[in-house]
Every structure is written in structure tokens, then in C-alpha cells.
Design a protein around this ligand. Structure first.
Ligand SMILES: [Zn+2]
Length: 445
């Protein structure tokens, strides 16, 4: 290798180091045709073409949506590209040439099975384009990208070609054509782009499979809307939107009251502890749904009791992102701990074990993460505070430890190992390192 190519290799290396958490991807997978490789998405455009198949009296309609996902990617070694899309795939092209795919199933510890797709064409290390046409049919009143992190393969891969959670890249969604949605309100945590033909929303570089919020509501289905601005701790006038798309939920007046009594105090409290609101805006939909869900600077709220918890996730989980299903116990654990005012109690309570041991390809949060994750963090807090009587007091030391972790990983993806390393190196004196590692081995890994 010449010194010039060494020079360029070094910068290629730096490029990947700074824009991708590629080291957090699962291991590449050997297959009968060769090595299946995880790749680094650089940019993605998702085009969605709607047509209505049928309607029902109560307003729900059946749509067919033809989707084209166009991805620019970087491949770090020769092999067969791996990606996911949990829909009916019509056609796959690599660098403009049609190819086949095979479905890869991943049994893990005999407990969980996940899946993704492997392209059948061998590609070299370097830049490539991946284009996938797919089709889905849904019944809905109001189309939204409803992402779900408590079941496997139900994040962005439920709608478009997605990389696993470790990857962050800018995305653009286009809904064609605009006439089809002419009476719709568009609610998003992205940026809407003016266009004559399509509804276009762009999402920033830190976006991943769990961050996007995009919801279209026909005006006749909008039952409440409250728009205002909030002055953030760092002096921005941030747009805030609360809305409701269900009769049984809040009117505009109720939304205003919820904003003043619940949302403002919660956001102020979060800003005082963790820093200025980390997102461009705040969007909350009050909806008839099973479980509330967090996005980056947005949330779907199914019951009022969830408001504060989902707002917390705009820092923990959707500003810092879990890199995989094995790391997502942490954001539910810390959000539950914050729900309880970061109080130190439940010292002797039962903690579920193996919170981070669901198999490396499985993409869902362990259901024990909420209380067991919180109790685990409290347990670590006790260890850090061993000499002091801290029972039932707000744990300042643990809060400081988590704040410095937040500052280090904001807008990045992180793993359970990153939390362990941070606590050992930044929050404890050397004498406790072994005990902290043992706690992680016992309950997390
Ligand atoms: Zn949560």
C-alpha cells in the first residue's frame, strides 16, 4: 500500500469513527453462500405511494401503500449485505441491478428468534446503493409511522428498509401525491419541506430506527389542537404541539390545561437535571392506543399517567439511543427511576437477571426493564454511596454519574458495556470497580 492510499485509508477510518457507531453492530453472519455483512447507511430516501382500496362507515379506510426505499450505504468488508424490512418485498436492486434475497433467521439461546434479509449478490467493500420496492396494506383513519420497541422488528423496518438500531443516518420521507392528503394535518418531529406534489419530511443525521415521528390526520378526525411556544433553558423559542385524534380524548381546552399543569413542569424539571431540551420541537399526540411510545422530541400518549415518563425518553432513549435490544433495558430503567424522583429505595427488592442477554439480533426491550432496570441502577447507586446513609434520599451522586453519561452520549447510540465502563471510570474510585462489574455480570449480561 502506498503512503497516499495509507493516508486515504486513515481518513476513511476517521470518517467511520466519527459518523457511525459501527462497532455496535451485531457480528457479521456466515451463510452457505458467504459472509453476510452489516453495513453503514449514509443516507436514505423513502417514497410512499398511497391508494385507497376500500372505506368503512366509521371512517377507517383500507390503504395499499407502495414503498420505494433508496439507500446509500458503505460496506466495511466484502460480503452479502444484510438489511431489514418487515413487509412484502417486491424487488431488490444493488447498484441498479436486480438481485434476490434470502431471509435469515437467528435463533438466540433457544428463547428468541429474530430475522432480517441477506442480498444474494456479492459486493465489495465500499459505497453501494440499495433500492427496495415493497407493498403493504393497512386499515386506518390516520396514517402514522407507529414504531414499537416492545416487539421484535417493529421499528422503522415495519414500513421501510431500515438498518438495526446501531446505525444513525439522515432520512427523507415523501408521501405521494399531495392531493391525496389535501385535507390532512401533518405532525412530525422532522422538518417539512415545501413541495408542490408531495408531502416531504426530512430527519436529521442522528436519526435511527426508533426516532422518527410522522403522522397524518384528516381535518375531520382532529378533535383537539393546542399550539404554543416554550422558552428552553438555552433560550430558544421552541414550537410545541399537542393534539388529539380521537373523540374520547382531549379537546383543545383540555390539551391547553394538560400542557400547563403537566407538560411544562415536567420539561422544566428535566431541563434542570439533564440540560436544555435536546430537540428542535415537542409534539405530543393524545390517542386511543394500547401503549404509549416515545420518539425524539415527540410521543404518542395513550393515558395521561404516561406523560412525564414519555417526556423523559426524549433525553433517555431518544437522544441517547440504545444501540440494540440488549441495551434498551437502560432507558426504561432510568426513566422509571426518574419517574420515582430518583429516590434511593427498594434496596433488597428482587431484580430480574440477564436484562441484556436476549441474543444480539433481537430488537425489543426486555419487559422486566422498567422496575428491574430501576432497581439495578439503585443497587449501583448504593455501591457508589456505600459509606453514606442515603436510603430514601435523592441520590445526588448517581444523578451526577448519569448526567456525565448523558453529556458523553447525547445524540449517539450506546450499549450496556458503555454504561458499565462509564460508571467504573467516571463515577467510582478504583476500589469498587470489581463489585460494579460483578453486579453487571449478575443482573445485566
Ligand atoms: Zn418507557
Amino acid at each position: 500500500m502506498s503512503s497516499l492510499s495509507l493516508f486515504f485509508s486513515f481518513f476513511t477510518f476517521l470518517f467511520f469513527l466519527s459518523f457511525s457507531a459501527f462497532s455496535q453492530s451485531p457480528l457479521n453472519r456466515p451463510s452457505n453462500i458467504g459472509l453476510g455483512v452489516f453495513v453503514d447507511f449514509i443516507d436514505a430516501e423513502y417514497e410512499m405511494n398511497f391508494s385507497q382500496i376500500t372505506g368503512a362507515e366509521e371512517g377507517e379506510k383500507q390503504y395499499e401503500i407502495n414503498v420505494v426505499s433508496s439507500v446509500m450505504l458503505n460496506q466495511l468488508e466484502d460480503g452479502y449485505i444484510l438489511f431489514d424490512l418487515n413487509q412484502d418485498i417486491q424487488e431488490v436492486k444493488i447498484d441498479g441491478v436486480v438481485t434476490n434475497i434470502t431471509q435469515v433467521k437467528t435463533p438466540n439461546h433457544g428463547r428468541y428468534v429474530s430475522q432480517f434479509h441477506q442480498v444474494s449478490t456479492l459486493t465489495d467493500k465500499g459505497s453501494h446503493t440499495l433500492e427496495v420496492k415493497s407493498k403493504m396494506q393497512i386499515w386506518t383513519k390516520n396514517f402514522g409511522l407507529w414504531l414499537n420497541d416492545w416487539a421484535d422488528r417493529e421499528m422503522l423496518e415495519l414500513y421501510v428498509v431500515s438498518n438495526l438500531q446501531y446505525d444513525q443516518y439522515p432520512m427523507t420521507f415523501s408521501f405521494n401525491d399531495k392531493d391525496f392528503f389535501k385535507d390532512n394535518y401533518v405532525f412530525t418531529n422532522g422538518t417539512e419541506v415545501e413541495d408542490e406534489d408531495s408531502i416531504i419530511a426530512q430527519f436529521p443525521e442522528f436519526s435511527n430506527a426508533s426516532s422518527v415521528f410522522l403522522h397524518l390526520v384528516p381535518s375531520e378526525n382532529l378533535t383537539g389542537l393546542y399550539e404554543t411556544t416554550y422558552s428552553t433553558l438555552d433560550g430558544r423559542e421552541m414550537n410545541v404541539t399537542l393534539y388529539s385524534d380521537n373523540q374520547s380524548y382531549s379537546s383543545s381546552e383540555e390539551l391547553e390545561e394538560i400542557y400547563k399543569k403537566r407538560v411544562v413542569p415536567a420539561v422544566k424539571d428535566l431541563e434542570e437535571t439533564w440540560g436544555p431540551w435536546p430537540h428542535e420541537s415537542l409534539v405530543l399526540v393524545f390517542d386511543q392506543c394500547g401503549r404509549s411510545m416515545e420518539h425524539s422530541g415527540a410521543a404518542r400518549i395513550c393515558r395521561y399517567a404516561a406523560i412525564e415518563h414519555e417526556l423523559t425518553h426524549s433525553y433517555w432513549g431518544r437522544s441517547i439511543f440504545p444501540a440494540d435490544g440488549n441495551s434498551s433495558w437502560f432507558d426504561e430503567g432510568i426513566a422509571t427511576w426518574i419517574d420515582h424522583s430518583r429516590i434511593m429505595e427498594v434496596r433488597s427488592s428482587y431484580i430480574d437477571t440477564d436484562l441484556s442477554n436476549n441474543g444480539e439480533y433481537f430488537r425489543a426491550t426486555n419487559q422486566s426493564s422498567y422496575t428491574s432496570g430501576a432497581r439495578f441502577l439503585i443497587q449501583v447507586g448504593y455501591l457508589l454511596n456505600a459509606e453514606e446513609q442515603v436510603e430514601k434520599t435523592n441520590n445526588a451522586l448517581m444523578t451526577k454519574c448519569m448526567k456525565s453519561f448523558y453529556d458523553k452520549y447525547a445524540f449517539k447510540t450506546m450499549t450496556s458495556q458503555n454504561i458499565l465502563d462509564h460508571i467504573v471510570t467516571d463515577c467510582s474510585d478504583g476500589t469498587k470497580a470489581e463489585e460494579i462489574r460483578n453486579l453487571f455480570t449478575q443482573y445485566i449480561f
